[in-house]
Write a protein that binds this ligand. Structure first.
Ligand code: ATP
Ligand code: MG
Length: 357
């Protein structure tokens, strides 16, 4: 068991870095370049496969953690080669379903004993043999840490994927940590918590973040693919057609015919995601005594028409699409292209920011 695994390999010089998010159905890369103002977005790349809709096997991140390293490495290389960049340093985010996380409270103790105490206490909470995982943690408060356990075989797979792609993997972290960094500054005095709901293809990852750190995380299998399957089954149409209907109509309920039928199929599933969000925000309130009043929706699912309005009513919070560009500048002419991509690039932007800090 190695604590803070990749930190040791991590150079301190501020050099450009690629943030890489390998999702179930897509690969996203954001190049983050340090500059006088802090950071700017260099180039970015995305590759999305819809093959999984017709053939169950072509997801990029396969279930059961069986990632096909060579193939994924080749895909990653394709995305990187299409970008106009020579940057090879990369920080990767791991999907929430391959990382186990838990909050651990520690008694007051000298700073130098914290690492050992976390290692010791983590054994009680992590449902995996402790020798088969690497631990990483972020300090939430003097006596409280959020611990992440990453299976060693996943780390080995990622190393191989990046080697095949010709990239230098300098750090790996949980995607909730990347998202928290993308939307907050650690030194920020405004500690208002924000709920982040990342609706991906295979799962929805939820976290409560504040001051650039993740405080609590959870996950549900209700996600983009669940919505598509429900439309396909409910309307007796092919998955590809169902996907197209979902993206075009979403949950904007105009109350007539097909739109109403679509909403009837989708809303119970969106409600399941929102219920998980409510549960997490209640957990946060009971742990920290502060209400969560803001939410951000990230991931491809953030583009579901009507989702922010619907979530805003359901959660009784201010809900916005997650745009990860408050810490990262980009040229004004890129705005039109980046606006719809922001929620999907958020994890990659946050990971890339780690590589320059
Ligand atoms: N315009 C849109 N409207 C609704 N859903 C969309 C839209 N665009 C993409 N999606 C959905 O977003 C999902 C993909 O999102 P994303 O790229 O964040 O997933 P991923 O990172 O590959 O998956 P995961 O995070 O679960 O591993 C798919 O289910 C897709 O149908
Ligand atoms: Mg994802």
């Amino acid at each position: 068991m190695a604590l803070g695994f990749f930190k040791k390999l991590f150079g301190t010089a501020a050099r450009p870095c690629l943030g890489v998010d390998i999702g179930t159905t897509s690969i996203k890369i954001a190049e983050i370049i340090p500059d006088k103002a802090g950071a700017r977005l260099g180039d970015y790349g995305m590759l999305e496969t819809l093959g999984y809709l017709t053939r169950g096997t072509t997801a990029i991140q396969a279930s059961g953690l069986k990632i096909f390293e060579q193939e994924v490495g080749q895909y990653l290389k394709i995305v990187k080669d299409r970008m106009h960049t020579n940057t090879v340093r990369a920080v990767a985010s791991l999907p929430s379903f391959s990382v186990f996380s838990t909050v651990i409270d520690l008694p007051p103790m000298p700073e130098k004993e914290v690492v050992q105490a976390v290692q010791f206490k983590a054994r009680q909470y992590i449902p995996l043999p402790i020798t088969s995982v690497s631990l990483d943690f972020t300090r939430i408060s003097p006596q409280r840490v959020l611990v992440f356990a990453i299976p060693n075989d996943i780390i080995a797979k990622y190393k191989l994927i990046f080697k095949v792609a010709g990239l230098e993997l300098v750090a790996l972290e949980a995607e909730s940590v990347s998202l928290a960094r993308a939307f907050g500054v650690p030194a920020d005095t405004n500690d208002a918590p924000t709920l982040v709901i990342d609706i991906g293809a295979r799962s929805t990852a939820l976290s409560v973040i504040s001051r650039g750190m993740a405080y609590l995380t959870s996950q549900t299998d209700f996600s983009g693919a669940t919505l598509t399957h429900a439309i396909a089954a409910g309307l007796h149409v092919a998955e590809v057609r169902a996907e197209e209907l979902k993206r075009r109509r979403g949950v904007v309920n105009v109350g007539f015919g097909a739109e109403e039928e679509l909403s009837t199929l989708l809303l119970p599933l969106v409600d399941a995601i929102l219920n998980e969000a409510k549960r997490l925000s209640e957990r946060y309130v009971s742990a920290y005594g502060v209400q969560v009043k803001n939410a951000l929706i990230a991931g491809g699912g953030a583009n579901l028409p009507g989702i922010t309005e619907y979530a805003s009513k359901g959660l009784d919070m201010r809900v916005q699409k997650a745009m990860p560009f408050s810490r990262v500048q980009f040229p004004p002419q890129a705005e039109i292209a980046l606006t719809p991509l922001g929620p999907s690039l958020a994890v990659a932007v946050g990971a890339g920011l780690r590589g320059i800090s």
